[in-house]
Design a protein around this ligand. Structure first.
Ligand SMILES: C[S@@+](CC[C@H](N)C(=O)[O-])C[C@H]1O[C@@H](n2cnc3c(N)ncnc32)[C@H](O)[C@@H]1O
Length: 268
């Protein structure tokens, strides 16, 4: 049996499981291809592919935050519609990445956009629940906002959110490592580069390298999930500088944020 046939059978079986049914196909395909290259039998390879998916994406799949957002949208009333920020705040608390951002929302996006200028199109790659911060971004109505994540259910609830609140935005289920639609002038890669680097060696650098947009906004957590400072600022700061150097981009640090934030500007 060829490696390709093996991998396809594995992809199909994994897609039929409840846990991974909502993951975009290319993510399952990558884990399966990597496993098929390393294991001799289909059974071993499938086990390894599932293990890999669990290691990389398990944390994003196990809690039912997509369901929680969906239920909150089911219950939206006209008071909520008048106050999108009040509606979104408790939902931002559902996910560790946006939770860390909540106290910083009033200043974070104005500071980012004061560096980039007002964008005409933002792509928020591996967006998680960050699109729920869109009403803090102060984007003009003419600005497109495209949110991409590997979870199909997340794209569905985010589109319901945009529509219900009359906000300009679109959410798409997609794989960042395969994404190639870069008409945006500003691309967000918030708190996802270490996760991409676990999916493929140096995928953090490779992803930034293939983005043609003028500004790429990177962020990293500054503390571990348990709240400890374990040298992350130094470690991730060094990696961001390395990525900027390799990609010929200038690095501008957005200081004073609750996460480590950098704008990587395309060199003149
Ligand atoms: C740590 S969270 C960051 C979420 C968001 N960017 C933020 O800062 O609030 C990582 C997100 O990346 C998504 N993700 C990880 N790998 C991805 C990939 N290859 N393609 C698309 N999304 C991915 C996960 O589903 C998860 O929502």
């Amino acid at each position: 049996m060829s490696a390709d046939v093996n991998a396809t059978a594995i992809v199909k079986r994994i897609q039929r499981t409840k846990k991974y049914a909502h993951l975009c196909e290319s993510v399952i395909r990558r884990a399966s291809d990597q496993a098929v290259a390393r294991y001799r039998t289909e059974k071993e390879a499938e086990k390894a592919a599932r293990r890999r998916l669990h290691q990389v994406y398990g944390a994003y799949l196990e809690e039912d935050w997509v369901g929680e957002v969906g239920r909150a949208l089911d219950a939206v009333d006209k008071d909520d519609l008048a106050e999108p920020r009040a509606f979104c705040l408790p939902l931002l608390d559902l996910h560790a990445s946006t939770r860390e951002r909540v106290d910083n929302l009033d200043t974070l996006f104005p500071r980012i956009f004061s560096e980039t200028g007002t964008p005409s199109h933002v792509v928020d790659l591996a967006c998680g629940l960050n699109p729920l911060t869109v009403s803090w971004m102060g984007l003009p109505e003419s600005c497109r906002y495209t949110a991409v994540d590997l979870h199909e259910g997340l794209a569905l609830v985010l589109n319901r959110f945009f529509e219900r609140f009359g906000l300009t935005g679109e959410a798409v289920c997609g794989d960042v490592l395969e994404w190639d639609d870069f008409t945006a002038d500003v691309v967000f890669l918030l708190k996802v580069l270490p996760c991409l680097a676990r999916q493929e060696k140096d995928a953090d650098l490779a992803t930034v390298a293939r983005i043609p947009s003028r500004d790429v906004v990177l962020s990293y957590p500054s503390k571990s999930l348990s709240g400890r400072d374990v040298g992350m600022v130094e470690h991730y700061g060094n990696r961001a500088r390395e990525i900027a150097d390799c990609c010929g981009r200038d690095l501008i640090e957005i200081e004073g944020a609750s996460e480590l934030v950098f704008v990587l500007r395309k060199g003149a």
